[in-house]
Design a protein around this ligand. Structure first.
Ligand code: ATP
Ligand code: MG
Length: 440
């Protein structure tokens, strides 16, 4: 992509409405624009990041679940059956269609997926089943804030599992647990599983995945040792290995404010290992048994010939919130420092002297070379000063920057900058191919 063609409305000044870093940087780097309170348009750069996050989630979730797509608009009838139509409260946006039928914009999908299951699955032989989708949700949050972190419209990955027994349901819960650890790890985030309240979803087993950040809205109380744990290389079929991992991780004290118990914390965690901090909730696992399968009649014939309600769980990830969370975890005073896995572009080319024929020729050559290799590249070909171009490339956080200027060219060189570390290497033009291949 050439910068001269890219719709990237960057801002020089910090927008006053933005209270936290990620919100400021998302506005300044032209990723999103607010259209009304808590509702955002995703501009091309922002959308690229959102799609990269979705891709990481799909790759990992496809190993244990199947993707489908449910609508954003739901019928209120199924919510009346589960009892949540009245319980959910003002966060749910409801409206009436031209036939006087009451609809709602889905804040979550337990009812709808259970209804689909109940109408299509009759036998234990179809279990276990785990389904997910990535779809926009609407919650009329009382205080939308911090940009995409607490929006009213937001993108969520939500998965739902159906099993014949509690034992199988917990196995699925544990697979999700591992899947979440891997997903966040691929985004270079350290996500900590903390035991959580089940809230309006209901049920009796629940963990939130929290990224530590000063801007987070949740208070968390930890045993620091949990931060040292590595994710082992286990297969999703190895339920014993996964169960051991979950047991190990959940054996450390880690609780958000709603589950925190001071006395317990003081008793269990040695003083030197206590860490009270703030975090951003990026994922949530629930096991809730037959809470929805009974009222919505999701029952199957068991092996013994009985009709039994299925055991269920639901598993959410805040996809749009993650964009903000990743920025809060990866930035410096110049701007964003994207992890390669989610970056809108892997490589940026900055032509420092646009009107110099040698600089333009070399920039064009490298650009075309990268395009032919299918590398996502942003080429700043505008007739702007070097300072402006370099500052923008830093702001938008492209992980690798190739800088081409007249001084370097005289010596047969260009510069390669790694955004994260700020390290600059002089590269011989004749070594271009080798250098590029190393980055891929
Ligand atoms: P919170 O405690 O932050 O309000 P929640 O418990 O209501 O979240 P869940 O119902 O568990 O959220 O939804 C799954 C995930 O969706 C959350 O872990 C979070 O990452 C994301 N999420 C929830 N509400 C919002 C929101 N208003 N804006 C952006 N993301 C959200
Ligand atoms: Mg929650």
């Amino acid at each position: 992509m050439k910068r001269s063609n890219l719709f990237l409305p960057t801002l020089k000044e910090n927008p006053t409405e933005a209270k936290i870093t990620s919100h400021r940087l998302m506005l300044r780097s032209g990723m999103v624009r607010q259209s009304s309170s808590g509702i955002y348009s995703w501009l091309p750069m922002g959308l690229k990041v959102l799609k990269n996050i979705e891709k990481i989630i799909r790759l990992e979730q496809d190993l244990i679940a199947q993707e489908l797509l449910m609508p954003t608009i739901q019928d209120s009838e199924i919510w009346k059956k589960s009892g949540r139509f009245n319980d959910y409260g003002k966060e749910m946006l409801t409206f009436i269609d031209r036939h006087e039928h009451q609809l709602l914009y889905g804040p979550t999908n337990e009812e709808l997926i259970t209804d689909i299951f109940s109408k299509n699955i009759m036998s234990y032989k179809s279990l276990p089943l785990c389904l997910y989708h990535i779809q926009w949700k609407f919650r009329d949050e009382i205080r939308p804030r911090f940009g995409v972190m607490r929006g009213r419209e937001f993108l969520m990955k939500d998965a739902y599992s159906f099993d014949i027994s509690k034992e199988d349901a917990i196995k699925c819960y544990n697979r999700m647990f591992l899947s979440y650890l891997r997903i966040f790890n691929k985004m270079e985030l350290k996500a900590i599983p903390v035991s959580a309240d089940t809230g309006p979803i209901g049920g009796d087993l629940s963990h939130e995945f929290i990224i530590l950040a000063d801007t987070g809205e949740s208070e968390v109380y930890l045993d620091k040792n949990i931060l040292k744990e590595e994710i082992p290389n286990i297969n999703y079929n190895d339920s014993k290995g996964i169960s051991k991992l979950v047991d190990t991780l959940t054996s450390f004290y880690a609780a958000a404010d709603d589950k925190y118990d001071e006395e317990e914390y003081m008793n269990i965690v040695n003083e030197n290992n206590r860490l009270k901090t703030k975090g951003i909730e990026v994922g949530h696992l629930f096991y809730f048994g037959s809470k929805y399968s009974i009222p919505l009649e999701a029952k199957v014939n068991s092996k013994e010939g009985k009709v039994v309600p299925v055991e269920m769980g639901s598993y959410g990830i805040g996809v749009s919130r993650l964009v903000g969370a990743i920025i809060d975890a990866h930035h410096d005073d110049k701007g964003i420092c994207w992890p390669e896995s989610v970056s809108p572009f892997l490589i940026g080319i900055v032509n420092l002297r646009q009107n110099d024929i040698e600089c333009s020729n070399l920039s064009d050559t490298i650009y075309n070379n990268l395009l032919s290799k299918d590398v996502s590249v942003l080429y700043d070909d505008r007739d702007e000063g070097a300072g402006i171009k370099l500052a923008e490339m830093d702001l938008i956080g492209v992980p690798w920057q190739i800088r081409i200027g007249p001084r370097g060219i005289k010596n047969g060189n260009f510069e390669l900058l790694q955004r994260k570390t700020g390290d600059i290497t002089e590269i011989k033009v004749k070594d271009m191919e080798k250098t590029i291949n190393k980055l891929l």
